[in-house]
Design a protein. Sequence first.
Length: 381
Amino acid sequence: MRQPTDLENLAAQPIAGADELAGAFAVQPHDALKSADEHARVFSNLSFGVDFTDYMAHATWTAERGWHNKVVEPYGPLTLDPAGAVLHYGQETFEGMKAYRHDDGSIWTFRPTYNAARINMSNRRLAIPEIAREDFVASIVDLVRADARWVPSEPGTSLYLRPFVFASESFLGVRAASRYEYLVIASPSGAYFKNGLQPIDLWVDRQYHRAGPGGMGDVKTGGNYASSLLPKVRASQTGFDEVLFLDAATNTNIDELGGMNIFVVMADGSVKTPVLNGNILPGGTRSSIIQLLESHGTPVSEETISLQSVIDGLASGEVAEMFACGTAAVVTPIGRLASDDFDIEVPLGDVTHAIYDELTAIQLGHLEDRFGWLYKIADAS
Ligand code: COI
């Protein structure tokens, strides 16, 4: 049986309930809440990450005071000096989470302690001060409670949460900054891909890598996503939805999609995913899927997967399905894999759909939460 990762062990440590944590981020007065008409407009057409709520959580770090000024304040533009360090050297980290409305109206989130542990892993790599996990979870609780009317209930929808930290010191020398801002913003969202659960087409990029050995590929920082954008632009010009990146050391093994991890379902029923080799983000959805599959007796192997073995497996029928996963994308079937010298249709199958159904049923409270992943933010109001 697979050993839990450090992040999984940290995430499993108990944390206080929402009522106990609530109030750490004091809700500030808001004199311009969005109108009922604006709310109805947003909810009538939920896409991904386009519309935002009334509030945002915010705290500041200085060496003298640590994290302080913890508030939930009206959502709005930030004031940042043009010399703000993040604008020059990219010292920032972020997370992706979701709040779900259950059928009884209560609001829940999924594995928040995993995100708390991971943002601190990212912060350590970027020389950013850590955030107490209680403060991290409290910021989610206080923000979502203030923004409760923005948590949608339709199937496939959620309130997407984006915690992030950035260097706000005004200074152009290259060193870790002496001032940081932590924020959480929230966006009522539908499916990440505009075609919902339709299979996505992947371009395998052989020229560019999102991360390399000793780099930052295993933490969540904007730079990794920035490096994925040019390959993505080029791939979309030829009709592809996403890029599959190969490992930078050998340019032969599959790593991840940049914003999503990848799984390969074999015809014998086993499942493979690239091993966490230091260049791959340890996705919370990835971790959950591995645990769900193993709990059903499906053999899951985290291993180095060569692109050639995938191409050969698709040709021979040994590879039965492939899917991508992430908080935003949930579980998304892959329908085509191509590069300069191959173009293969990827079969669709039941494992992808079954794992999507099981994961989302747990998140929505329709299936027993066997792993204790759900965290209650608020009762129905
Ligand atoms: C998420 O899945 O939440 C991410 O942060 C990745 C991004 C593609 C939205």
